[in-house]
Design a protein around this ligand. Sequence first.
Ligand code: KIV
Length: 284
Amino acid sequence: MPERKRVTLPSLFKKVADNQPITMLTCYDYPTAHFQEQAGIDMILVGDSLGMTMLGYESTLPVTMEDMIRHTQAVRRGSPNAWLIGDMPYMSYQPSVETAIRNAGRFMAEASCDAIKLEGGAEMADRMAGIVRAGIPAMGHLGLTPQSVSALGGFRVQGKGAQQAWKIIQDARSLEEAGAFAILLEMVPDRLCKLITERAKTCFIISLGSGLHAQGQLLIYHDAFGLYPRFKPRMAKVFANAGQLIQDGLVEYVKEVTERTFPRPENWFGMPDEEYEELLKLLD
Ligand code: KIV
């Protein structure tokens, strides 16, 4: 595969200007980052969804900055060229603007991120503005925001009603004015996504389960490759069922070890006869 150029903010905006969709996936580990790099993914999000997909929690709330930094470092090692976004975990930015800037700075300094993402609308615009003023590119996240799942009443579509949709449009405007380079719309109706995309002037819109009208698409890697055992959300398409492949391989491994058909001579290492004879003498 030819050497890939590093993705930059200007190269992302050029894609938008050229009307070419931006590709984005979540990623949490080194080997997967390597595969995504080879596939030419534009933007990688190390989402705090790793709490559910990688650590088995019921929600994203227990995820810490230390969890995020460790996984983001691994992803950067596997993907030196994608535009890498660290997801600010629960309570790493909500308490104050200063907390938000400090933790965003950790993503940049300790994990070589290109940008960070945070959830929330107008109420988080001052955090967004502070981070951007500190020279850190920042992405917003509206619609279904998993850190507020309790307040939202569960993992469900947001903005189906006119009042709520109007509020999401105002929130998108606040984030754009605060300097967001992009906004993720998660699980809002496609018509609402279209209205927000048409109104965005200085930022671009990424859709997760919000239709085709945005300038780019995001999926959770584990949903797209059959790797999350608890459920498959409707918005996700399974592009390859890696989970099933691994499950079949594991059953085969257990069978072959149990039947002693693995390992075979090509899987172990021999010892020259004379060395072996000498060893036996040493043991006598
Ligand atoms: O944590 C994450 O992966 C996210 C997605 C749900 C967008 O924020």
